[in-house]
Design a protein around this ligand. Structure first.
Ligand SMILES: Nc1ncnc2c1ncn2[C@@H]1O[C@H](COP(=O)(O)OP(=O)(O)OP(=O)(O)O)[C@@H](O)[C@H]1O
Ligand SMILES: N[C@@H](CCO)C(=O)O
Length: 318
């Protein structure tokens, strides 16, 4: 159940007059999602998603919502945030920050085929290019600095073999992030959490990326690695499926050609993408936030992926 702050039609009838959306007709809580309270909101003008943010603040949210607005304005398939009469995308509701965005058609594709991976690859490249002139700045808050901070927090809970892997991989990634090739990688706003459950499909057609709340500025290649590590694997083993990897990378490359530096950095970056989620899942498991309500994701999934990426070279970028 993911409605932490209930909202009724009565609650929104006055509140919504600040938006150019006409009268509200229906509101329905969305059960999935673990971070925020989400609702499908139907008004005279159409269908929208209303989100009440349970953890992010009024100061933090503009980076994400302005980025989504920027992308939507440039034809990238993302929910378009709706501004109120004062041009604000984030406004209080029941004392918490809230926003309204357009509703994407379709559902998540949890058993992706090469055709879906190609759609994701092409839209990801389009998104990277479209975000280049976005003026908001924020680092990836789950980047190398966070890994360095989180590592000592989780080490006491790990077996010797896990601790050895984590220390060795942190050492490897520190060296990689410091090398000349890494410094040549194109950086810009990235989604950084583009898993299967954060993309909507209508049949085989991609209708949108959503859940931008881990977005930040990082290398484009990191975004590609995170996405490949979720969309193009056998979920039981973490082994890459060459047909899906090729479909995603070729479609990306056709929109925004990969560079030589990216080709060189590809194998270590896939390891970085696996380490990031191994570490965050370990952290959420061993250091849960107060009031955490749901079972954390399984860290061993990403430990397996990391070991696999170390042992077996992935298909080349191009
Ligand atoms: N713009 C949208 N259009 C259609 N459906 C949406 C939209 N935004 C969210 N949803 C639906 O709401 C669900 C929850 O959204 P979301 O994943 O963003 O929630 P969350 O609380 O931020 O959770 P989590 O961090 O677990 O992903 C999604 O799985 C999706 O079904
Ligand atoms: N995609 C993340 C959860 C945060 O959205 C994970 O699978 O660990």
């Amino acid at each position: 159940m993911a409605v932490f702050t209930p909202v009724s039609l009565d609650d929104v009838s006055q509140w919504i007059t600040q938006f150019p959306l006409g009268k509200p007709v229906a509101i329905k809580g969305i059960a999935s999602g673990i971070e925020n309270s989400n609702f499908f909101l139907t008004t005279e003008r159409g269908e929208y998603v209303l989100t009440i943010f349970e953890n992010l603040s009024f100061e933090q949210l503009p980076f994400y919502l302005n980025l989504m607005r920027h992308l939507a304005d440039r034809g990238v398939a993302v929910p378009a945030p709706i501004a109120n009469a004062d041009g604000q995308l984030v406004v209080p509701l029941h004392g918490k920050p809230a926003s309204i965005v357009t509703k994407l058609v379709g559902k998540s594709q949890m058993d992706p085929q090469p055709v879906h991976c190609a759609e994701v690859g092409a839209m990801l490249a389009k998104m990277h290019v479209a975000a280049l002139d976005y003026t908001g700045t924020q680092p990836n808050l789950r980047g190398l600095d966070w890994w360095n901070w989180a590592t000592p927090q989780v080490l006491p809970f790990l077996s010797d073999a896990e601790a050895h892997l984590l220390r060795a991989e942190m050492h490897f990634q520190e060296a990689f992030y410091g090398c000349d090739t890494y410094k040549q990688l194109q950086q810009g706003p990235v989604h950084a959490d583009l898993f299967r459950n954060n993309v909507m499909f209508d049949g085989d057609k991609l209708t949108g990326f959503f859940d931008f709340y881990f977005a930040g500025c990082d290398s484009w290649l990191f975004d590609v690695a995170v996405t490949v590590n979720d969309w193009c694997i056998d979920l039981d083993t973490g082994v890459l499926d060459t047909a899906r990897v090729r479909a995603m990378l070729d479609a990306y490359h056709a929109v925004r050609p990969f560079t030589e530096a990216e080709q060189t950095a590809w194998q270590p970056m896939l390891r970085a993408g696996a380490l990031r989620f191994w570490l965050s899942r370990l952290y959420d498991l061993h250091q849960p936030r107060e009031a955490e309500m749901l079972t954390p994701h399984d860290p061993t999934h990403f430990e397996r992926i990391l070991r696999e990426r170390i042992a077996v070279a992935a298909p080349a970028l191009y």
